[in-house]
Design a protein around this ligand. Structure first.
Ligand code: ADP
Ligand code: MG
Length: 493
């Protein structure tokens, strides 16, 4: 250690609570080490966040942490005020913390976690609990060894706890001192958790993280919103709030709006990257972004897609404002009551038939005018409002030239066709007819129906991909008016 002026190294600035990148490089290092790979110097990896492996690992780590947080909340809820509590410790993915009753003398996870970045720790007793032979035997209960071990274990206190530079020296902590330090750590952690709880009393906003909440309050402060009323929906990928519109300088704000908050959780991200990864509009940027910014892309995509749809006069929410991962748009519904989803609304057969033809027309408009495939179209993402079908939830919508664009379109068609057939609309087309009617393609429907049809779709996609590779151009018979307006650069946080 460089700083020996004071035994606690107080002259040096306190280490920041360990950053994601640190944890990542640490994890990566451990793994590489385990695999015994002769990789180049680890520092190269540590600084390189553009590497796919790194990105993947970062996502995984964030996912693990969110998983753990969720687990902690569930654990707390499960145990409640009960004196006997069940620990979920074993299910945690990262940063396990000790139970206060764990035995002082036992070697536990702490000693098995290998950390290649730490200065060599003072020698502690090996697992079998003694070293040496005959008269010179040292057991794990030996005061000196024990003291060193305690010092080493201090390193595993919560990251917020700054334990100083004790590790670098041959510092020995008695069991008594160590235990009271440990106890202090736990009570501090609990205290800060309690404080935190009190701050978060409002129920509606519980669904989002403090950062997001702050952004939401800022919108109220700025007068864009009058008031945030409550949560309409909490999905896997987003939370939707109802709010009263305020005013914006350049444009009027509707009386009723929704805030769609894209979840910064990466739970669903893994399934979704297929949509965005191959979307040429985002390809360049995708590889360079940190996870939080990737989430913002969803909001950005939804905004652009809604704008295209509005232009084609498709009934859909109107974008009011995009702020990071929060999209403010007009509310479909009235007096705080959101329009029902198509799956929930009871319609007479005339209206149902009507709805089908509307959806067919909307799909055609979307494909031909907006150059978009919804890619998550179903009775869940269509609302019935003022006698019309409204389309929502278009963050994942992609252009037909997307490498899997036609497959997504086929899936949309299947959902639509199945839904209306189940609701007894005899006019509802089969999935194949619908697909051809929407895309303007003329894929023949043979005896082997689905398999052949699908093969044809995939072949088309492939041909298009090859074309793009060769010419750098899209080739589908769709009029593509390119160039969504670029987003104003957003201040980074
Ligand atoms: P998710 O990706 O979570 O499914 P959606 O955009 O589908 O997000 O929104 C979830 C739900 O919130 C919808 O099913 C709908 O009930 C409601 N909702 C979303 N946007 C609006 C809107 N503009 N007006 C009224 N309700 C909306
Ligand atoms: Mg939805």
């Amino acid at each position: 250690p460089d700083n020996l002026q004071s035994p606690w190294g107080s002259a040096a600035p306190a280490a920041p609570a360990c950053s994601l990148a640190d944890v990542m490089s640490e994890q990566l290092a451990t793994q590489l080490d385990e695999e015994n790979n002769a990789f180049p110097a680890l520092t190269e990896y540590a600084s390189e966040t553009t590497s796919d492996l790194m990105l993947a690992k970062m996502l995984q780590m964030q996912f693990d942490r969110e998983f753990d947080d969720q687990l902690r909340r569930e654990e707390k809820k499960f145990n409640g005020e009960s004196k006997v509590s069940i620990s979920f410790e074993n299910y945690r993915m990262v940063h396990p913390y000790e139970d206060s009753d764990s035995s002082e003398d036992e070697v536990d996870w702490q000693d098995t976690r290998h950390d290649p970045y730490k200065a060599d720790k003072p020698q502690t007793t090996p697992r079998r609990g003694f070293t040496g032979k005959g008269k010179n035997i040292t057991t794990k209960h030996d005061a000196e060894t024990c003291g060193r071990k305690n010092t080493a274990r201090m390193d595993n206190f919560a990251p917020e706890v700054h334990v100083g530079d004790g590790l670098g020296m041959d510092l020995k902590l008695s069991n008594q001192v160590f235990n009271s330090l440990k106890q202090h750590c736990y009570s501090e952690q609990r205290r800060s958790a309690r404080l935190h709880e009190k701050k978060e009393h409002s129920t509606a906003e519980q669904a989002v993280d403090p950062r997001t909440r702050l952004l939401m309050y800022k919108m109220v402060n700025a007068g864009v919103l009058e008031n945030i009323n409550g949560c309409i929906s909490t999905g896997k990928e987003s939370v939707v709030f109802h709010a009263d519109g305020g005013s914006l300088e350049e444009q009027p704000v509707p009386d009723e709006v929704v805030l769609k908050v894209f979840k910064t959780t990466l739970n669903e991200f893994k399934n979704r990257d297929r949509y965005i990864k191959d979307d040429y509009r985002f390809k360049e940027r995708f590889s360079k972004l940190n996870p939080r910014k990737v989430i913002r892309l969803w909001a950005e995509k939804e905004m652009h897609n809604l704008a295209r749809m509005k232009k084609a006069e498709i009934p859909c929410p109107e974008v009011v404002l995009l702020k990071k991962h929060i999209l403010v748009m007009s509310f479909i519904g009235k007096d705080h009551v959101p329009a029902p989803k198509l799956k929930d609304v009871v319609l007479n057969s005339e209206d149902m038939k009507n709805a089908f033809y509307q959806v067919l027309h909307l799909m055609q408009l979307m494909y031909q005018e907006c150059n978009l495939v919804h890619a998550d179209l179903s009775e869940y993402n269509m609302l019935w409002h003022e006698g019309k079908v409204w389309l929502i939830d278009v963050s994942q919508s992609i252009e037909p030239t997307h490498p899997h664009g036609l497959e997504f379109l086929f899936r949309d068609c299947r959902n639509v066709s199945t839904f209306f057939q189940k609701r007894g609309v005899s006019e509802a087309m089969s999935v194949y007819e619908l697909f051809n009617a929407v895309s303007g393609l003329n894929i023949p429907v043979g005896a082997e129906e689905e398999a052949e049809f699908m093969a044809e779709i995939v072949a088309l996609e492939k041909r298009n991909e090859d074309h793009v590779q060769k010419r750098g151009k899209k080739t589908f018979p769709v009029t593509c008016e390119d160039g969504d307006p670029p987003l104003k650069p957003d201040a980074d946080d």
